[in-house]
Design a protein around this ligand. Structure first.
Ligand SMILES: *Cc1c(COP(=O)(O)O)cnc(C)c1O
Length: 428
């Protein structure tokens, strides 16, 4: 963080500049005396997420050779460990790309122009993936959903059963929709596809859940899954992963949308350079290797439980704030709320923006803006990846400070309810 009164700190605080203070000597008086934001800014947005110092430190090193030696071993170990996170027996593919790149990689490796794709709507991200399929020349049908609930598996069965000519080649869904904060029941949707006796590929976006919540590629019958580095995996944006079932790998052989850069076949084999279709992103790999070591050390079961506990704390707080009438969950049913991000509705013109600004500029906590249907009418608190009790309780405390300072009606004691939840759940 910048020291008080440093030039860039002043520039950042420009909207808050108190002209009077500024005209005096900013070095002694500060650019704005009404803040409690010195120190490390805390990022509570759903990606990129907070990176552990160990991950940052692991990247601070010189580049090394790319054709032999330790980097080859790092790639091998990363592919093995990411495959384990997906719970896939097969080796995943790695891309120098954000999640959108992995979306394109997933689609182009198994589909052909004109193929029909069914998108299961539950917020913004599955439909975003579907828009990409449209752009690639697929015929996309959206199974309409609502922003306040998860995909209904029985509706999936009904739609697929009505596809008598078996034109639908793939079903696209997200596990967690980062905009609405919903968690879809991926095993139930897989079962719904099988119940329709339909052979569409089951394709799942696990960007906002992998490494934070259970995912069972093989056990749930998922054919293609994708994820990215900058959410639960605690690494900078710029790496993404696609896992494929044996069936998807077989269909890949005849996929008409394949392009040289994203192509799975080109990335298989033993030559290290080919796995990245060019120079490996060494430093991102050093960071990811460290993050995967930290995940292995904590253990995925412990990590999933930590996310459940911290999500519970956030949900307890929001439920109390909701008693004031202006605040509510974007997702109606508690069981359908994600353990990684909570989307919160906040009624009243300009209130959400004022709250987000207050938390960032006055208190140093960066909340997520609301997206899509909720844009301008809410905010999001991420609790995924490298998060612990002080980070979450601190964030809740700051939100509650903002609600009070801005005079937004809310039930009192939300942070206290979060504390009580943790005290009851986290045994001595
Ligand atoms: C963040 C996110 C994406 C997009 O990832 P980018 O890295 O921003 O391209 C896709 N799907 C979900 C569910 C996400 O949360």
């Amino acid at each position: 963080m910048m020291g008080r009164g440093s030039f860039s700190a002043m520039a950042r605080m420009a909207p808050l500049l108190n002209a009077q203070c500024y005209r005096r000597d900013a070095f002694y008086w500060g650019t704005d005396i009404m803040t409690v934001r010195a120190g490390r800014e805390f990022l509570a947005i759903p990606g990129p997420t907070t990176m552990p110092d160990e991950v940052l430190a692991a990247m601070h090193r010189p580049a090394i050779g790319i054709y032999a030696g330790p980097l080859v071993a790092i790639t091998e170990s990363i592919l093995t460990d990411v495959g384990r996170l997906f719970r896939s027996a097969r080796r995943p593919y790695i891309y120098i790309a954000n999640g959108h790149g992995a979306w394109e990689a997933a689609l182009t490796n198994v589909l052909s122009k004109g193929d029909k794709v069914l998108v299961l709507e539950s917020g913004r991200f599955a439909t975003g993936w579907g828009a990409m399929a449209t752009g690639l020349g697929c015929e996309v049908e959206v199974l309409p959903g609502q922003w306040d609930r998860a995909v209904r598996p029985e509706e999936v069965t009904a739609r697929l059963a009505a596809d008598h000519e078996r034109r639908i080649k793939a079903v696209l869904v997200v596990q967690v929709d980062t905009a609405s904060g919903v968690v879809n029941d991926i095993p139930a949707i897989g079962a719904a596809i099988r119940a329709a006796r339909h052979d569409a590929l089951f394709m799942v976006d696990a960007v906002a859940s992998l490494g934070c919540m259970p995912f069972e590629m093989d056990g749930w019958g998922v054919d293609v899954a994708m994820a990215a580095s900058q959410k639960g995996l605690m690494t900078p944006p710029g790496l993404s992963f696609v896992a494929a079932s044996a069936r998807a790998r077989k269909l890949h052989e005849n996929a008409g949308l394949r392009t040289p850069y994203w192509d799975w076949t080109a990335r298989e084999g033993e030559e290290h350079y080919r796995k990245y279709a060019g120079t490996p992103p060494e430093h991102l790999l050093f960071g990811l290797r460290k993050a995967l070591d930290m995940i292995a050390e904590e253990g995925t079961e412990a990590i999933f439980e930590r996310h459940r506990l911290l999500a519970g704390a956030v949900q307890r707080a929001v439920a109390v704030w909701a008693e004031g009438g202006a605040i509510g969950f974007s997702i109606a049913a508690p069981a359908e709320r994600s353990n990684t991000v909570t989307a919160i509705r906040l009624d009243g013109e300009g209130r959400a923006a004022a709250l987000v600004d207050y938390c960032r500029n006055r208190c140093g906590v960066v909340l997520g803006h609301a997206l899509g249907d909720l844009a301008g009418r809410g905010f999001r608190i991420a609790h995924m990846g490298h998060v612990n009790a002080p980070m979450v309780l601190g964030t809740l405390g700051v939100v509650e400070t903002g609600l009070a300072a801005l005079g937004i009606p809310h039930g009192r004691g939300g942070t206290g309810a979060a504390i009580e939840w943790l005290a009851a759940e986290v045994k001595p």
